[in-house]
Design a binder for this molecule. Structure first.
Ligand code: NAD
Length: 536
């Protein structure tokens, strides 16, 4: 089997190669050794297309379903010793990884850009987020999975505790849009909780994950505790679900449903971080310059390929025109381009498929009467998959992009008569991932936020504030998924609760010689007394 992402049609020989000079064949071979294909030894290769130049990146071995099963078995064997270590020993590995990541970040920034095409600043945000998660969970994660003492059935002579035990082997399936943050950020709490991890690399961005796995080995992570498999999404992804004890999936709602069904068939748990159609509300009293800046940051970050990015802006009618002017000025102030430095604000889309989808959404909307206020077209002179940041108005429900996720640098403006109307528009559709409210009145914004159907709501920020507040859970409502990453829930989901109850007097219950009726009377007396004393 050879799984190859097809190259785009317009490879231009005049375009310089995007492959970073320091990425030698030797380095690639050393990363590829982390692809776990113990049975097949690599069943063909997987090669992605680099968004900046349209050329192939570098081949990575593809795994078979048998490879995935064998990798899971090795991970299961390695897990016992890993879980037996004290939390502090696991945390020490993660903290060493943190330091290496910060020190060697230029390497991974190059790889993320080469494979995925985003602007370097957005790649750096992945380093920032993973660094923060690594430190937080290493230093404070033990408390999330600490034993909890509870009142036992018989006071004084017995005790009861809830203890958290690792699930075993955790499968992590993540997409290409944040290959470091999503591929690694979710693995860290799973590892620290004492699990081993079976991670599936996305076919577009395997090198970033393999580089990171190699770095984790340098930090001291034992060989099979984090296995990486690669290959076509369906075959290898399904094999991951078939062989793990829990799956943390991030990706589209359509694939999430399939993963949920497969996991349900095996009676294993799953967290599902899925797509969004995120609204931003501009109230009449908002600071319009801030609202425009927040919209631009949140709509065009990661070239719009971010699950929590803003695709709908709902503006109070009194400030609609003034906001529109501010938004268009902020949109045109961005520098677009492909550079391995921090000179560009917005980079490329990741692939031909992404370019095709974004182009089709905009064409469909324009064909049905929407107006393009900015952008609206591909920019092939800047790069094969470059697309201009786009602002639309006049979008109606029969247009695909009204409620369907575009996942590109496209935002639509809607006019609202008042807060209630804004809320109605914001809550349209079945997605419920992230939202934003801009207002100078924080109390009213908070009241509005509580009525928006979204897992996170940012007030006076577009998207990053809640996601960066890593001690709080992040995830979706409705079609945007189940479960949470980050915070306590982002670690506890990788554990099972076990109750351990102990008696110092042997079996609880009626003493051998006493009549049962006496025991029942005593029990009833206790029930009444506790009720009177308002205990329990
Ligand atoms: P996708 O669902 O096509 O793929 C996601 C991952 O699943 C990939 O690694 C893919 O190879 C794998 N996969 C494909 N078929 C599979 C199957 N049958 N079983 C198991 N795994 C399978 O998603 P995509 O289009 O690559 O990613 C973009 C989507 O991800 C968008 O909808 C975006 O909103 C969403 N996303 C959500 C979050 C979040 O936290 N909620 C974060 C990032 C992206």
């Amino acid at each position: 089997m050879t799984a190859t992402v097809p190259p785009p049609t317009d490879v231009r020989p005049d375009r310089p190669t995007a492959r970073p000079a320091w990425v030698t064949d030797r380095k690639l071979a050393s990363w590829n050794r982390w692809v776990a294909c113990p049975v097949s030894g690599g069943d063909g290769e997987l090669t992605a297309t680099a968004p900046y130049d349209g050329r192939p990146t570098a081949p990575v071995p593809a795994c078979t379903a048998e490879d995935v099963a064998a990798a899971a078995r090795a991970a299961r064997t390695a897990q016992a010793d890993w879980a037996a270590l004290p939390y502090a020993a696991r945390a020490a590995v993660v903290l060493r990884f943190h330091d290496l990541l910060v020190e060697r970040q230029d390497e991974v920034l190059d790889l993320i850009q080469w494979e995925m095409g985003k602007a370097r600043f957005h790649a750096w945000q992945e380093v920032l987020q993973v660094g923060n998660l690594a430190r937080h969970y290493a230093r404070h994660g033990a408390k999330y999975v600490a034993d909890t003492k509870v009142r036992s059935a018989v006071p004084l002579v017995t005790s009861a505790r809830e203890v958290r035990v690792p699930k075993g082997v955790v499968g992590i399936i993540s997409p290409w849009n944040y290959p470091l943050y999503l591929g690694v950020g979710d693995a860290i709490p799973a590892l620290l909780a004492g699990n081993s991890v079976l991670g599936k690399a996305d076919p577009q961005t395997p090198l970033t994950l393999l580089w990171t796995r190699a770095l984790m080995a340098e930090a001291g992570l034992p060989e099979h505790v984090w296995q990486v498999v690669a290959g076509p999404g369906a075959a290898v992804g399904e094999a991951v679900v078939d062989n793990v004890d829990y799956v943390a999936f991030t990706g589209s709602t359509a694939t999430g449903r399939q993963v949920a069904q497969r996991a349900a068939g095996r009676l294993i748990g799953a967290s599902l971080e899925l797509g969004g159609k995120n609204p931003l509300i501009v109230r009449a009293d908002a600071d319009l310059e801030q609202a425009a800046r927040g919209t631009v940051q949140a709509a065009f970050a990661n070239t719009g390929q971010m699950c929590i990015h803003i695709e709908r802006v709902v503006v109070h009618t009194d400030v609609y025109d003034a906001f529109k002017e501010a938004l268009l000025a902020a949109t045109s102030g961005q520098k677009l381009g492909q550079a391995f430095d921090f000179s560009c604000d917005v980079g490329s889309l990741a692939s031909q498929a992404q370019l095709d989808k974004v182009t089709a959404h905009v064409a469909d909307a324009v064909g049905k009467g929407a107006t393009v206020l900015a952008g609206g077209r591909a920019l092939p002179d800047l790069g094969p998959f470059m697309f201009a940041p786009t602002v639309l108005e006049g979008v109606t429900e029969e247009m695909e992009l009204c409620l369907g996720e575009t996942f590109g640098p496209v935002v639509a403006l809607y006019r609202a008569a008042d807060d209630a109307d804004a809320l109605r528009i914001a809550n349209q559709g079945r997605a419920g991932l992230s939202a934003s409210v801009f207002s100078k009145d924080l109390a009213s914004a908070d009241a509005l936020a509580r009525r928006i159907r979204a897992g996170s709501v940012n007030i006076n920020d577009g998207a990053a504030l809640a996601a960066g507040s890593i001690e709080a859970g992040m995830g979706g409502l409705g079609d945007s998924g189940l479960g949470r990453r980050h915070g306590g829930e982002g670690m506890r989901k990788y554990t099972d609760v076990q109750t351990i109850a102990a008696s110092r007097i042997g079996p609880v219950g009626p003493p051998p010689a006493a009549p049962l009726s006496k025991f029942v009377a005593m029990g009833n007396g206790q029930l009444k007394a506790l009720r009177k004393l308002r205990m329990r």
